[in-house]
Design a protein around this ligand. Structure first.
Ligand code: ADP
Length: 377
């Protein structure tokens, strides 16, 4: 049998109530939970309790929520400030039951109603309060670790891609210079090798730029504001003017709603999806249509095209970084567009997916919650 030794601090200004509480516990000691051993120390004021917690530390605090001159929430804040790890059990009375509910919302592990709690109920509340707090602390630590390592990873991806740009720019520009200066003297094979090297360098530059854009979604995203998606469309069409004209594409859209979002990222998302719809076109001139419908508490946007289509088997793969279905010779690109789109949509609390059939075009869907969401960075 594992014996639990627990040091309980009782903060109670009413000596009679304190005496009764201790009596109830003592009467029940070794009965319901024989492995539960404890000492109880009683103080009458918050000042005394904070001093004691600072000096020695305690395993659990049982506190009367109706101490003079301090509100129940202030009491809980003071205990939390003295030790974030110490569980708190609130003591209240029948006619002040709301203060107990609010104490639970404010971080107390449990509450006991005076004159109604028996010894075993008190012991159970204290023991489970300790266990629950331990679990919550573990979860808090895991969450903090995750947030920190995520932030470090994002920072790493950002710095790595940012710092790689300069040396790579030098490699590409000196190779290009070499190619130009020796155009007359180099034999055909050497020219071919140099041109492969320049192409490879340029492709790597494009990949690094896209990686940088990807890591910026998390590290340099703007706060969400009301974004009129019709305005986002106007900017998108302006950005894509050259490829729309060159391909003879027709890009149309239904009237679109306003959403709470990062303005630049909404444009980036539309640019990615619409430029793919144009790039992966079939024999016909591209027809691209953007529409929207309401589904519960979210907007479901769709970008439909009449292009080459995608085998749905590849859905899970295509939203990952650097995943493509074509060689650079068939279609230019780095395979980052859909990964970037997914990251943007998820930062806004939405989802992205597609429906498609090879040869029959594709529809890309993404959702944006209607209610303002905090950033899912
Ligand atoms: P990239 O276009 O640079 O290859 P993306 O991540 O944007 O990268 O797209 C990944 C792959 O998904 C593309 O290589 C292409 O095979 C496929 N794809 C994306 N959008 C479409 C589309 N509208 N129609 C057909 N295939 C598409």
């Amino acid at each position: 049998m594992r014996i639990d030794f627990v040091h309980i601090l009782l903060i109670e200004d009413n000596a009679e109530d304190a005496g009764l509480f201790i009596q109830l516990m003592k009467n029940n000691q070794y009965r319901t939970y024989p492995e539960f051993r404890y000492t109880i120390e009683t103080v009458a004021t918050m000042e005394e309790s904070l001093k004691l917690m600072n000096e020695r530390g305690v395993d659990v605090v049982v506190v009367d929520l109706l101490l003079p001159n301090t509100s129940p929430n202030e009491i809980l804040d003071l205990v939390e400030r003295a030790s974030t790890k110490t569980p708190v059990i609130a003591l209240t009375t029948d006619d002040q039951i709301e203060s107990a509910t609010s104490a639970i919302e404010h971080g107390a592990q449990d509450y006991l109603v005076k004159n109604r709690a028996s010894g075993d109920v008190i012991e159970r509340a204290i023991r489970y309060g300790i266990e629950r707090k331990k679990l919550m602390e573990e979860q808090r630590c895991i969450k903090e670790d995750l947030i920190r390592s995520n932030r470090e990873l994002q920072q790493f991806a950002y710095s790595a891609s940012h710092d790689l740009r300069e040396p790579l720019r030098m490699v590409v520009s000196y190779l290009t210079l070499l190619e130009k200066r020796n155009a007359d003297t180099l034999d055909e094979k050497s020219k071919e090798y140099l041109s492969f090297a320049v192409d490879g360098g340029k492709r790597m530059q494009a990949m690094i730029n896209d990686l940088l854009a990807y890591s910026r979604v998390g590290t340099q995203g703007e706060v969400f504001v009301r974004v009129d998606m019709n305005d986002a469309m106007v900017t998108t069409l302006r950005d894509l003017r050259a490829s729309i004209e060159e391909s003879g594409a027709s890009v149309t859209s239904d009237p679109l709603p306003s959403v709470m979002a990062d303005q630049n990222q909404m444009v980036l998302l539309l640019v990615n999806l619409i430029s793919n719809a144009i790039k992966y076109r079939g024999e016909e001139a591209p027809l691209v249509h953007i529409s929207v419908r309401e589904d519960g508490d979210e907007w479901v946007f769709s970008v439909r095209d009449n292009g080459i289509g995608i085998d749905p088997r590849y859905e899970a793969r295509l939203f990952k970084m650097f995943q493509r279905l074509h060689t650079p010779q068939e279609y230019g690109g780095t395979g980052m567009g859909l990964a970037l789109s997914r990251r943007i949509v998820e930062r806004h609390g939405g989802r992205i997916w597609f429906e498609s059939e090879v040869g029959k075009g594709s529809i890309f869907y993404f959702t944006i919650p209607q209610l303002a969401q905090s950033c899912h960075c």
